[in-house]
Design a binder for this molecule. Structure first.
Ligand SMILES: [Zn+2]
Length: 259
């Protein structure tokens, strides 16, 4: 195992200790390691599973990618409800009046309801997913219901995007990235100078332990991840019933960020 996971993918520390041995939702025995430096919990079994299959192959088996035959009225209702994410940002003091000039990216968009809701608020919206069938199908279904999504760009790779992102939305995505710090360091040039990240992750609970989830974060490890890529948390929010933790983080300006 040590040859698989020798350092923390969040902060780079080599000091990893066994935290738990548990079964994931499919019954596989998983060693859970804790990074002593940043307190990230690492699913060794998920990392071992990377041998022989790519992260993309594992993630594509995820149920979020399922397409839907629900009627347009159902999708419209979901898009309407997704407006609550933007209300939450306003409630947290984010200047939502700037959204009209900004670019929103739903990274790991799944069905894309939040991206579709963002289309009414942002100048331009990117819905990214390895599997774009879900969001494409729903957009097409809503187009026939007279809704217009001309400012929506659906991509399977951010490399296909020219615009700089102002608001990066990642809902239950970060835990799916085996190298969250390395990955976002490599994508930083796609984010604007004062970009905002708005994300939610599952906390370490039995129902969340599964092969596609590599890292379980705490406030401390999320803050460390943000700091590693030049962001600073402005808000944490817990959903105690569902076991989720949300974070809003702002990019630290190039002047004050010296690393
Ligand atoms: Zn760490």
């Amino acid at each position: 195992m040590a040859d698989v996971l020798t350092r923390c993918p969040v902060c780079g520390s080599a000091e990893l200790r066994k935290f738990d041995v548990t079964r994931d939702i499919d019954g596989n025995i998983c060693d859970i390691l804790m990074c002593v430096e940043c307190s990230a919990l690492l699913n060794s079994y998920a990392y071992e599973s990377l041998h022989g299959s790519t992260a993309e192959q594992i993630q594509k088996t995820d149920l979020y990618a399922a397409t839907s035959d629900d009627p347009p009225s159902f999708h419209l209702q979901e898009v309407k409800q997704a407006g609550s994410y933007f209300q939450y940002l306003a409630d947290c003091g984010i200047d939502v009046s700037r959204f009209g000039d900004q670019v929103f990216c739903d990274f790991g968009a799944g069905r894309g309801y939040v991206a579709l809701a963002a289309c009414q608020r942002f100048r331009s919206v990117i819905a990214q997913d390895w599997d774009t069938r879900g969001v494409s199908k729903i957009r097409d279904s809503l187009r026939s219901a007279r809704s217009d999504y001309t400012n929506l760009d659906i991509v399977n790779d951010l490399a296909n995007v020219q615009a700089k992102i102002d608001v990066l939305f990642m809902w239950h995505v970060l835990e799916h990235l085996p190298e969250p710090t390395e990955f976002w360091l490599s994508q930083l040039h796609r984010l604007n100078e004062d970009a905002l990240i708005f994300l939610q992750i599952p906390l370490y609970r039995p129902a969340a332990v599964c092969r596609p989830h590599y890292v379980f974060y705490t406030e401390r490890s999320l803050e460390r991840w943000a700091s590693e890529i030049g962001f600073r948390p402005v808000n944490f929010g817990y959903d105690a019933e569902l076991g989720f933790l949300g974070m809003i983080a702002r990019r630290v300006s190039a002047q004050s960020f010296a690393k």
